[in-house]
Write a protein that binds this ligand. Structure first.
Ligand code: NAD
Ligand code: ZN
Length: 387
């Protein structure tokens, strides 16, 4: 089968690899029809992680079931399914609590938790930027889609990661109807966080970034854009709230946060958030920060090279704020968000800028990594572009 394979820093090649196959009775095999490139793929693409060369990327996957193992009873061949990027067993201590983002069974290292397709440090699983994907515990992990699946797959594929992840950021930030919410980052995740806050009935949502094309999308969905090249988001928000700050906020950038001139500073958005949110407000941090970041020393300094961030804990403590962090438990939200899409209440495909064939993966990575103007979200179709 064809697959987008990581071959070293900034090199992704589409080539033939062995077909995905059933390895355990509970596995299913999915013929991938839509698979996204994610901001998280770029951490691996840029060579900033331990991701091994020769592995297939891709953790945002949707497709049609073509084979099921003998232990699979719910999912049927022919059904369209969307797969949470988290791979979970459903029966470990963490999964029983709904924490499928930190499953103990699927992570082979006993002292670690959490697994994902085609992801550094998240188990040995191949990614779905390929013609076929092996899905462990298919009955538990696959979310089945309705009759409109094929036609609306560009909406539904967002359920694999960024829609639930953006939603999770607003859950950790405790966004409620009427709230005033600030979102750092207008990438796909930030836009989904802003969209989720608006779906929840937030009164006012600001989105901060320095990329005009992305800020334009934020404005189109009803958020207030803040261009960090011209204004300090914390000042804008405080000025609009009698100096108090937003009720809550979401961090959707991560350790590669940089100033508008491109200089990296992993603490920038965390400190901005603490400043912009009022006393006792909650912060939802879904942007990725890593315990080790060899590239960080080069780009930022010694502290960052050790995966550490000089964030303003003193001010956070003084303000009595709370912070939620980590990978999103996609399964907690994907069913309800699917039904919002099916019911015509949500249309997350608004952020898709490019639908390409799998064979165009190399160029897509290059453009997306360069955050080239107009490249907001790329969906790859291994069976050829749909539109
Ligand atoms: P992205 O790289 O496309 O978007 C990041 C955006 O942040 C860019 O538009 C960039 O211009 C902006 N930015 C950079 N520095 C900034 C600053 N100082 N202030 C404001 N904006 C700034 O990535 P994405 O796909 O939107 O993902 C965002 C983050 O979320 C990444 O770290 C990604 O790995 C992470 N993520 C986490 C989860 C999870 O489960 N927690 C899931 C998916 C993605
Ligand atoms: Zn992702």
């Amino acid at each position: 089968m064809r697959a987008a394979v990581y071959e070293g820093p900034r090199t992704v090649t589409v080539k033939d690899v062995p077909d995905a196959r059933i390895e355990h009775p509970c596995d299913i095999i999915v013929k991938i029809t839509s698979t996204n490139i994610c901001g998280s793929d770029l951490h691996m693409y840029e060579g900033r992680t331990s991701f091994e060369t020769g592995r297939t990327l891709g953790h945002e996957n949707l497709g049609q079931v073509v084979e099921v193992g003998s232990g699979v009873s719910k999912v049927k061949v022919g059904e369209y399914v969307v797969l949470p990027f988290n791979i979970a067993c459903g029966f470990c201590k963490q999964c029983e609590k709904g924490l499928t983002n930190y499953c103990l069974t699927m992570q082979p290292e006993p002292a670690k938790a959490g697994a994902a397709y085609g992801f550094a440090e998240m188990g040995p699983y191949q990614g779905g930027q390929a013609e076929l994907l092996r899905v462990p515990y298919g009955d538990f992990n696959a979310l089945r889609l309705g009759e409109d699946a094929a036609e609306r797959q560009v909406d539904y594929v967002m359920l694999s990661d960024i829609f639930p992840t953006g939603y999770h950021a607003t859950e950790m930030a405790d966004v409620k109807p009427g709230d005033q919410t600030i979102v750092y980052g207008a990438g796909p995740v930030g836009l989904m966080a802003a969209y989720s806050a608006l779906l929840k009935g937030a009164g006012r949502v600001w989105v901060a970034d320095h990329q005009p094309d992305r800020l334009r999308i934020a404005e189109e969905i009803g958020a207030i854009p803040i261009d960090t090249g011209r204004e300090d988001p914390a000042e804008v928000v405080k000025e609009a709230t009698l100096g108090l700050g937003a009720d809550n906020g979401c961090e959707c950038v991560g350790y590669q946060a940089h100033d508008p001139h491109g200089k990296e500073d992993a603490a920038l958005t965390l400190n901005g958030l603490i400043d912009a949110v009022r006393f006792t407000g909650s912060l939802g941090v879904v942007g990725v920060f890593l315990p080790e970041d060899p590239g960080g020393a080069e780009a930022q300094g010694e502290l960052e090279g050790q995966g550490k961030v000089a964030f303003d804990y003193g001010l956070m403590w003084f303000k009595g704020q709370r912070m939620g962090t980590g990978q999103a438990p996609v399964k907690r939200y994907n069913r309800a968000l699917r039904d919002l899409i099916a019911g015509g209440k949500a249309e997350p495909s608004f952020l898709v800028s490019h639908e390409l064939s799998l064979d165009e993966a190399s160029i897509a990575y290059e453009k997306f990594d360069a955050r080239e103007d107009g490249w907001t979200k790329v969906v790859l179709h291994p069976d050829g572009p749909s539109a």
